[in-house]
Ligand binder design. Sequence first.
Ligand code: ZN
Length: 297
Amino acid sequence: MASSKDTQDTIIKKYHKNSLTPFELDITQSLHYQKANGKLLVFQLLETNAKVLSTTLQKLKVPERDAVTIIEFSCKIIINENEYELTRVFPKQESFYEPWEIEGILIWFDAVKKLDELLLESHGKCFPDKDARFAIQDVGYSICPEKIHAWCPLPEGTLKIEDCYRGEDCWMGPYDGADAHGGLDINHPIGTPLHVPFDLDDQFYFNSVAMGNNNNRWRGIRRWENGSEWIIHSNHLAELLVEERTPLKRGHHYAKTAGVWVGKHEHTHFNFNIHEDGETFLLDPWILFWQMYQDQN
Ligand SMILES: [Zn+2]
């Protein structure tokens, strides 16, 4: 029989707020989420899976130059007593997916821990600590309380997987067929402008060529009034056009990008992390780009 402590450990409680709610669950754990309308949503994780759909590697987890590996991952969940199976594939055009809409919430199914059986995590941290990672928001609400400005010039319609470095460096995409990519790369010619996607409280290079690093990695931070802290990165900047450690307004042209340590293709590397309730959640930057496309309409 489960003790009351066990019961507490297996239920995670979250409440609707005016920005995205990320969470991780182990199998046997449930999320109790109170929606904006006050109704309770019970979200339980039953099962996760990950498999290789195709690979040109001789051996999994042993990188080979220009190798291509396509991965599928899935989960079975119960939401308010109904069972659903969610499936994702990467790196493919479908990596730029629509969130599921179930019981009045939008669900981004971000990652499963079992991916670590198929890929190395040596190209930036991206795997969840628990069995699966999700992010949710009530239908009818944006992922944050401000409209998101286009961070970089957006291709018509949606992002294009062929523009992710060699077509593989979307979120967790296998670099050289084996190394999960902890970020989203978008190919840009050097000098491409980057604009601030939402008002920032602080921003700075957290490492740079001038400091002796092999990149110019920039971080922007916003703490929403609800307490959730969003941390965004844009790396490979050619030139930062603003003074560091100053707040910036949404839409400000802050950098020329894609200029240093870009490898085979001039590109920008983007990250999106949320820190709240004492935990940091590493999320697919596509979620931000998805909202950018919504906000352009
Ligand atoms: Zn990258």
